[in-house]
Design a protein around this ligand. Sequence first.
Ligand SMILES: Nc1nc2c(ncn2[C@@H]2O[C@H](COP(=O)(O)OP(=O)(O)O)[C@@H](O)[C@H]2O)c(=O)[nH]1
Ligand SMILES: [Mg+2]
Length: 238
Amino acid sequence: MSDIKFSIVLPCYNEAENLPLILERYASVMRDDVKTELILVNNGSTDNSASVMAELLKKEEYSFARSVLVEKNIGYGHGIFTGIKSAQGEFIGFSHADMQCPAEDLFKAYDLLNAQPDPKKAMVKGRRLNREIGPSIITVGMSMMASVVLTRVLTDINAQPKVFHRSHVERMKNPPNGFELDLYVTYLAKKANMNILTIPVIFGKRAHGVSKWAFSFISRYKTILAMMKYIFKLRFID
Ligand SMILES: Nc1nc2c(ncn2[C@@H]2O[C@H](COP(=O)(O)OP(=O)(O)O)[C@@H](O)[C@H]2O)c(=O)[nH]1
Ligand SMILES: [Mg+2]
């Protein structure tokens, strides 16, 4: 076992422009009392992420961070799970890499989890406060559908961050490759009767670039449809 307490996984797909800011922000929230590793998953990026990461990671002040390469992009979930598998920490968290999710939220979630009598029996996730009406209707609709089909109350499934003890990873036998991973991780926690705690979060705007899935009506529709199909599938697989 390593002495790393907390592993933070950030899946990065063509986020070269955001990488300098990500490292700067995460460096500013690192704590002496919680030995942390930041795992940047280069999720098959086709921009210059690889060289930007390599340059940034040479810097002494970013020695808490390292990168993991996924050669070919298969999806968001696959990227996160690749990072999770390489994580050394006793606790594992993941979030997004476009700076929509503040770096300090990871530690707020970590602290809340560690304040529990048995952190293995809990998971902490974000609960978004500032949603626009359109996306918020989709989120509520999706959560209601998931809750009914999977017979467990699930809310704001795609809010980041998510933080759990590494023992939770053993439950993840069939992790999905796409955006469904957020639902999967949360559902498995519910199924194992873990306590799902939330911290309020504010999702800001992307620092640079555009959404990697909600950029057009068609791609938005496809992602949502895949999610709906997966909700039914999940009922039978895990
Ligand atoms: N769409 C997509 N996003 C990915 C993938 N791998 C990592 N990501 C990251 O997932 C995060 C969320 O994606 P984003 O496009 O911002 O989604 P949105 O915030 O829901 O519009 C970003 O940090 C992406 O870089 C992938 O394969 N596909
Ligand atoms: Mg985003």
